[in-house]
Design a protein around this ligand. Structure first.
Ligand SMILES: [Zn+2]
Length: 253
């Protein structure tokens, strides 16, 4: 195989691996951010449950003091009832007492309702706190994993980048320019020729062109998609038409 073509195939492999690593490195902070967002939501739920419980308790104290007010009123009415002169006055006081007692019962019902609500909110709080604990542990693990993978990827990336630089120096300037332009436009710039077609765009190659591509001795370009074509000989041993027998297993997906 032409050395330049060999370099191009390896360059494409390096470029695609570099792209994969760069995408992986970029995805990790996004994953951490998503968990952090969830964590913030759980924190807010914990704070809300705590605030609700506090408000309910304050409300209960208010209701209890209202009950006390009514009880004081009742005992005042009872004292007055001992000193009244007429039945009418007495009945009026008894009326006031029964109103006050009704109010107390209403307030007691409200207190009970409030207590049930506090119970419910305490349950909510407990589960939100448990969730928070779990998510906090998860995010630490996730951050640690992100750091580990990022470090590993960056090392691999550095190796690949120097390999890419070396490969590029073994390719002619015009070919390299063509490679870069097509790679930018079509994601990858090399395509396998198989069954008389360009595998990438599926357009038939002219017979002479296909024959030339099969030698792997020239830089040939697909008329349709502009990708640089190469050929992978079938696995079974054949009388080699070319000087070298490439063992290259480049993929052209
Ligand atoms: Zn093509």
């Amino acid at each position: 195989m032409l050395a330049e073509l060999e370099n191009l195939i390896q360059l494409q492999q390096a470029d695609r691996e570099i792209q994969r690593l760069e995408e992986e490195i970029a995805a990790l902070p996004r994953r951490v951010a998503a968990i952090e967002e969830k964590l913030a939501g759980t924190k807010a739920a914990v704070e809300k449950a705590r605030a609700t419980i506090k408000a309910d308790e304050a409300n209960r104290r208010k209701l209890e003091s209202q009950i006390q007010d009514h009880q004081q009123k009742i005992s005042k009415y009872r004292d007055q009832s001992l000193e009244v002169k007429t039945n009418e006055q007495y009945r009026a006081l008894m009326h006031e007492i029964s109103f006050a007692e009704q109010d107390i019962r209403k307030l007691e019902d409200k207190i009970l309702e409030g207590m049930l609500e506090v119970e419910l909110n305490e349950k909510t709080l407990k589960s939100a706190e448990a969730e928070l604990k779990e998510e906090t542990a998860e995010i630490e693990k996730e951050k640690e994993e992100a750091r580990r993978v990022t470090t590993r990827d960056q090392q691999e990336l550095a190796t690949l980048q120097s390999r890419r630089d070396a490969l590029r120096s073994g390719i002619g300037a015009d070919t390299l320019r063509h490679y870069d332009r097509v790679a930018k436009l079509r994601r990858y710039a090399l395509a396998e020729a198989r069954d008389h077609k360009c595998v990438a765009c599926q357009v038939m190659l002219r017979p002479q062109m296909y024959n030339d591509v099969r030698t792997n001795q020239q830089i040939l370009i697909c008329d349709s998609c502009q990708r640089i074509l190469y050929y992978i000989p079938p696995a079974e041993p054949e009388p080699a038409a070319t000087a070298t027998a490439p063992t290259q297993t480049a993929q052209a997906s």
